[in-house]
Ligand binder design. Sequence first.
Ligand code: ZN
Ligand code: ZN
Ligand code: FE
Length: 725
Amino acid sequence: MDSETRRHIDAYGAVQGVGMRPYVFRLAAGLGLRGYVTNSTGGVHIEVEGDQGRVREFELRLPQELPAPASIATMEQRTLAPCGYSDFRIVDSLPTGAPTAVILPDLATCPACLNELLDPAMRRFGYPFTNCTHCGPRYSIITGIPYDRANTTMAAFILCEDCRREYFDPGDRRFHAQPIACPRCGPALDAAVQAAVRVLSDGGIVALKGIGGYQLLCDALTDEAVSRLRTRKHREEKPLAVMFPDMRMLKRYALIDRGEEQILASPAAPIVLLRKAGETLAWQVSRSSPWIGAMLPYSPLHHLLLQAYGKPLVATSGNVSDEPIVTDDDDARERLSSIADAFVTHNRPIARPVDDSVVRSIQGRVTVLRRARGYAPLPVLQPKPLLRVLALGAHLKNTVAIAVDRQVFVSQHIGDLDTAEAFRAFQRAIKDLCTLYAFEPELVACDLHPQYRSTLFAETLGVPVVRVQHHMAHVAACAAENDITGPYLGVAWDGTGYGTDGTIWGSEFFDVAGAQFRRIGHLRPFRLLGGDAAARDARRVAYSMLRDIGLDWPFGWTRNEEVILRRMHQGATNPPWSTGMGRLFDAAAAISGLATENRFEGQAAMSLEAAIGLNGDDDRYPVEIDGQVIDWRPVIAALLHDRQAGENPPTLARRFHNTLVAVLLDMAQRVGRRQVVLSGGCFQNAYLVAKSIERLEAAGFRVATHQRIPPNDGGISLGQAVLAG
Ligand code: ZN
Ligand code: ZN
Ligand code: FE
């Protein structure tokens, strides 16, 4: 049945010993839904299955009709394939082993606190550190467990009479709100919001101490201001996130559906990728990209500033280039003073860096692309207990994870481990996670790549090391967050990962049964001319592939370049072999005339996806699958033919995507596993994911995609933890 769905909901907050399970039972059973509700040490876990409309109604009513003492601080939801529950039942509490308290993520300002903030009659009028039990900082201020005020960075602020009364009054919204504060007793700003507004109006840049780190802000409607920020921050090309004063203004600049609206307004309040529409921001914000990374104010300080300013602001991490986000005040003065014209800081310390999260809605499912503020460190629950594994993640978009019995705690996004500064942040994050959960690993999991800093670091810890192949980790992460235990076809498509044969992989098909991975398919290998240079210059990959079929790159090189590339292609300098799907995207983008280079990871592939537009037919290119090898040569030849025949780039882009979907379907039919699991950075592509789900499901397959955990390398640590554990 098409209209049946299954949703898994993890609810956190005051949800234990408050009659939650009977309440959920009545609500679900009353709506005729099937499934279960259960408790763990951290929260309440619910599964509801049934008619889509009723499941939706359940999710809307769940937080609204709670029994009096209960409150849900935050929820994580995901869509799963229906599994045929026969009724709704209350299930015994899940034993999660060690009594690990769940630490809540930082929660966006709730409507009640926002009202107080803006009401001149209230004692917290205009107070930028207003919060309550439903909202406010959590993970970014916690210094130890248990979570009480003494174990937060608020410890030094002694409650005043009024706050104390609220804190101890069970009838008050601030009953036991650990970060409770007011103008008399709490933290204070060291600069006026009005001064920051003046700097911004003049096109200046403001460094603002936010929730999980410093942010850099500037006017999002003035190219001059944004250019200045880009130059000073050494960020040439990558799109910048924008904070809008409210939903109404945001809707003037972007297409937004009901699901996206809910995510934006949720306690996690992440950056959501939306399609540009209507009025335009300064071109420099996201240049030719068709998407805006948009968010709403999520702390009282942001609300005050955005209301006073009244226009959208670029709000990007406070750092230079790709370094870790700055959290410390002295560090900020040192590292950000060459970028910012003014500072807005305060005296509430930040315990650990927590960047803004980034999500995208794909076919109505939230897919987290960067997991940090609002989500970290909520655990991913596993069906069976795991060994105590510390997983070190990948080299790019690094996260680390620890497995504690049935729970895996994935750290917040740490970043690329290219610089010494980033590597120190990585080490700090590991220490921090282990200290918080009093965790001592019995195993360390890392990537197979022998030269990764994280791999070398693993060897120094004095604990047995398990090396996990990159793409197996991708696939295992997706299976883990979708509760898949049976055999499945695992597909990992990304740019780069070290293969078990020492070459670069990235288009893997695995037949997976238990912990057994059999590699049963991949792209025909091609040479990366100039190694890393080929990952930046999409034309080099196109050239290499065209030469493999005896064709030339017809769009111009200098004579010199041509000579060098030709020699490399013949084997000079021994260029590495690759089967990375990300590179095939690059070649297709270059031949289509849509992109020539990757000035940030995935740029060329993004322009290819963006070119497709919203609708289109299902035509595609021929492709040959010979045993395990997917031969891209007919695809590349056809792309070039179409381009030279004058077809427009959107058509080429669509045909290319459809071809890949056909490859997935073909492989799935060959292997014959009913369950298909899609992972890897290529599956951040909404068109690819949507079409794959559509075609595979129509053919009777079940498709699991990432939702809570990133499809990109941010998900690797989870996969490593699960496979090693
Ligand atoms: Zn609140
Ligand atoms: Zn107070
Ligand atoms: Fe990857």
